[in-house]
Design a protein around this ligand. Structure first.
Ligand code: 4AD
Ligand code: MG
Length: 514
């Protein structure tokens, strides 16, 4: 039993009062219930105090009238984020966030919070990230974490209902699964091991055992990239299927994307709207997704139409910058004129938000010429860069498959195309609206000699992968799979600017605290 329940009992409130979650209140109109939560915000108005309480399932306005003498006295100067148990009667209220509010009878304070660092004032991203352990309680992280949960659940449901077996893969591994440069070394009792970059190589053995398998776990890349797309620790789901070619793997990816978008729209529409996500853009996602080869994308990047489009986009951005600057002037004026504390807080938040947006847009405008130059000089043979992916995926409202990259730009395990040995049978799936790669996948090379040759070309020693080559010696079959990055996918689904907000405690080049 919670200590609060005991204290409530001592205060004379019946033990029999049921505890309710805020999300369920609407259906409990007229009933007396107990809420367990934290004080999110507060307003006082003479003979009444409004406590906005959060419990992880929603927000509820709790009305404390002067007549509830004891509760009213306690509510008056209760600090933000104090932990509480509140007893009261549920009242239907259309204007309230969840359609109901609580008329408070008793208020039990488990702990009166000290000065909570995250106030209603506007805070910068570094401050918020330094306080990530507390920031998680705010509405924005809560909405994102709820969508993350739906995404992971939808992915598992998809594979579980389509005949796949989940097999967990090791995290400590002796060698590279992708490139050697991005390995994190670990001292393993004097031996050098690494944190896994992908479960794929091991998963291929499980695939030969079970046919259709997937793994879902944390993966690590020591990438010294300070971009809005890179984490050093991220979660990846990887399916692998036997007796499959590239087209089968792509069809699987397509079905999975449609399934997860559908699930998120179905279960988290309110969260998406809270984040300001254009849900119509997600509702438009239907298969089949466009399919382009790498070579076609190269032509597109270098082409005159793309130059025109990019120049147009730049003009639009400049116009938008002007509009925002005018808005900022007005907002700064409003801030100066604000007299009440709440007015000031709101005006300050608005000014900060506008300044941040303007900064980002200015940065975008600054790098535009470079991105255009990179696109125009794109040479066959290199991997698509981050800016190339942005440029290409901005032209689409659907996710786009880009297939058959140059062999030298991709991993050693990808199947060399029988039609054109310069390219491999692989694909990247680029999320639309400029989000870029969220999936990388391929058919796998079956010929052990070809694999050895590719390994050597990439500085890997075939003898370290003897076990992997065994898979090509004993009953090899055409097979393939892909890896979807949870955080990148979530950045797109939620319409965020940066991947760092999609995981509770992000690990990036510049941050491992808290
Ligand atoms: O394209 P990648 O490197 O593919 C693989 O690892 C394959 N072994 C997968 C397979 O075929 N089984 O990574 C897959 C996905 C990327 O498309 C991206 O979504 C995500 O993992 N990803 C990252 N996400 C965040 N931060 C990073 N540094 C990431 N690197 C890859
Ligand atoms: Mg990739």
């Amino acid at each position: 039993m919670l200590p609060g329940n005991k204290r409530i009992k001592e205060a004379g409130v019946s033990e029999l009062i049921p505890t309710a979650a805020i999300r369920d209140l609407k259906g409990l109109s007229g009933q007396t219930v107990r809420l367990q939560g934290w004080l999110h915000g507060k307003r006082a108005g003479g003979k009444v105090v409004f406590l906005v309480v959060r419990d992880g399932t929603g927000l509820c306005q709790c009305v404390v009238e002067a007549a509830a003498v004891d509760a009213f006295a306690k509510a008056a100067d209760l600090p933000q984020e104090s932990s509480l148990i509140i007893t009261g009667t549920v009242r239907a209220e259309d204007r309230a966030p969840g359609g109901a509010e609580l008329a408070v009878q008793a208020l039990d304070i488990l702990q009166a919070s000290k000065e909570y660092p995250i106030t209603r004032k506007a805070h910068g991203i570094d401050f918020l990230m330094d306080h990530r352990h507390l920031w998680l309680r705010s509405q924005r992280p809560v909405a994102i974490l709820r969508i993350r949960h739906t995404l992971i659940r939808a992915i598992r449901d998809f594979f579980d209902t389509n005949g796949f077996t989940l097999v967990d893969m090791p995290i400590l591994v002796p060698g590279a699964g992708e490139d050697r440069q991005s390995l994190f070394p670990v001292d393993y009792f004097g031996e050098k091991l690494f944190l896994t970059q992908t479960g794929q190589l091991y998963l291929e053995s499980a695939c030969m055992a079970l046919g259709k398998v997937y793994c879902f776990g944390p993966t690590f890349r020591a990438e010294k990239s300070k971009t809005r797309r890179h984490l050093t620790e991220f979660w990846m789901v990887e399916p692998e299927i036997a007796f499959a070619e590239l087209e089968d793997v792509m069809a699987l990816a397509e079905d999975m994307i449609v399934a997860i978008v559908t699930a998120v729209l179905e279960r988290n529409r309110a969260d998406l709207e809270f984040l300001g996500r254009d849900t119509a853009a997600l509702a438009r996602i239907v298969k089949p997704f466009p399919r382009l080869t790498y070579t076609e994308v190269g032509d597109l990047l270098r082409g005159p139409t793309m130059r025109q489009k990019l120049e147009q986009e730049l003009e639009q951005e400049k116009t938008r910058l002007q509009t925002l600057s005018t808005e900022l002037n007005a907002a700064e004026g409003a801030l100066k004129a604000a007299t009440k504390a709440r007015q000031q807080e709101l005006a300050e938040a608005h000014v900060r938000e506008l300044r941040e947006t303007i900064q980002e847009l200015e940065q975008e405008i600054r790098v535009r010429p470079d991105h255009l130059a990179l696109a125009q000089s794109f040479a066959w043979g290199e991997d698509l860069g981050g800016s190339d992916e942005t440029i290409v995926s901005r032209q689409f409202t659907q996710p786009v498959f880009v297939t058959e990259y140059p062999r030298e730009a991709k991993a050693f395990y990808m199947k060399v195309s029988p039609k054109d040995p310069k390219v491999v049978r692989n694909f990247d799936l680029l999320a639309p609206e400029g989000y870029g790669e969220i999936i990388g996948g391929s058919q796998r090379e079956e010929n052990p000699d070809t694999i050895e040759e590719s390994m050597k070309a990439k500085g890997l020693r075939p003898e370290d992968y003897s076990w992997y080559l065994d898979l090509r010696r004993y009953g090899s079959v055409p097979h393939g799979g892909f890896g979807l990055g949870v955080e990148r996918t979530l950045t797109w689904l939620c319409g965020l600017k940066h991947v760092r907000e999609t995981i509770a405690f992000p690990r990036t080049l510049g941050r491992v605290y808290p």
